[in-house]
Write a protein that binds this ligand. Structure first.
Ligand SMILES: N[C@@H](CCC(=O)N[C@@H](CS)C(=O)NCC(=O)O)C(=O)O
Length: 215
């Protein structure tokens, strides 16, 4: 049975899941769901019947159907433990989850498409104000992420000597920051980890530009 991932090329939450699926060596189909303005397939009745939140990613694996990237990644860890993306020891596992939450809960939701659209639409903010907002929350989050990733300054990864979920959360957020021209000079560890991860084929295949729906 093939795993199906509902994904959008530029969705950083879907990008996390693509990285994890590749690192685990799992076969999967991509079902593109366009978030592009004027298309917005994620708001359509068909997609909402599947995922009432109307967000990507969404994953189907046999009779399991789940939204929310962290829940999907935890499911994949449990269902396919072969190539773990969390270490065995409880302390390090908790630290990696803490890093992931800092990205998934404290950076990404503030800069999501619908938040940016609300700032521009309902709140009447101009592009400059919206970009300031975007950069502000990236810097807030990245300052802490840089400190976290500096505990082991010689590691190629956020934590330990192999890729974990922490890297699967970091790399897409770095992509987003660059997409909106947020300067990254203050985060040399994050830049180095991101550069290294992107040399790995599993990360490369997950890149937005490598996706079938890349536009
Ligand atoms: N907390 C969710 C966030 C999912 C999410 O916000 N996805 C974005 C794309 S990265 C989305 O579907 N946005 C549609 C919108 O904002 O209208 C997760 O981690 O899966």
């Amino acid at each position: 049975m093939t795993i199906r991932l509902y994904s959008y090329w530029r969705s950083s939450a879907a990008y996390r899941v693509r990285i994890a699926l590749n690192l685990k060596g799992l076969d999967y189909d991509i079902q593109p769901v366009s978030l592009a303005p004027g298309v917005s397939e994620h708001k359509g009745e068909d997609y909402r019947a599947r995922n009432p939140q109307g967000l990507v990613p969404f994953l189907e694996d046999g009779d399991v159907a789940i939204g929310q990237s962290m829940a999907i990644l935890e499911y994949l860890e449990e269902a396919y433990p072969g190539r773990p993306l969390l270490p065995d020891a409880r302390g390090p596992r908790a630290r990696i989850r803490s890093f992931c939450s800092s990205v998934a809960c404290d950076i990404h939701p503030l800069n999501n498409l619908r938040v940016m659209e609300y700032l521009k639409g309902e709140l009447g903010q101009d592009d400059a104000a919206v970009l300031d907002w975007y950069a502000h929350w990236i810097h807030e989050g990245f300052r802490a992420a840089e400190a976290f990733a500096s505990y082991a300054p010689d590691s190629a990864y956020v934590y330990g000597d192999q890729p974990t979920l922490a890297d699967a959360f970091l790399v897409p957020q770095m992509y987003n920051a660059r997409r909106f021209n947020v300067p990254l000079d203050d985060y040399p560890r994050l830049v180095a980890i991101d550069a290294h991860c992107n040399t790995l084929p599993e990360f490369d295949r997950a890149r937005p530009e490598s996706q079938p729906d890349a536009g």
